[in-house]
Design a binder for this molecule. Structure first.
Ligand SMILES: [Zn+2]
Length: 104
């Protein structure tokens, strides 16, 4: 049976691994957390007014305006279930909002 000490050590190890994964994921992002946060804010506002036409149209426009390459960012968003503007907001924001809150 694992001692209390051993359990604590394992928990700390698991936590460090998760943090390391998150750090790697952030390093591999095609845009910064701050830019991602801005994208979510922009989608939030624009979708409320215009709704989603089942394409990543608003996201694509935003990326172009920011000087970011949609050909890099859109596939990355799709990997996380964001195939259109409303899905990007619903599926991708969920995974990142805690990190955005921490780092900005
Ligand atoms: Zn949609």
């Amino acid at each position: 049976m694992a001692s209390k000490e051993e359990k604590r050590r394992r928990a700390a190890l698991a936590e460090a691994m998760v943090a390391e994964d998150t750090k790697k994921a952030i390093e591999n992002m095609p845009l910064s957390l701050a830019e991602l946060g801005e994208l979510f804010d922009h989608l939030d506002e624009t979708l409320e007014q215009e709704g989603c036409d089942h394409s990543p149209r608003i996201t694509q426009l935003f990326l172009s305006q920011k000087g970011l390459d949609p050909d890099q960012v859109l596939p990355w968003l799709k990997e996380q279930g964001g195939y259109c503007d409303c899905e990007i907001l619903a599926n991708v924001e969920e995974g990142w909002e805690s990190e955005i809150g921490k780092n900005t």
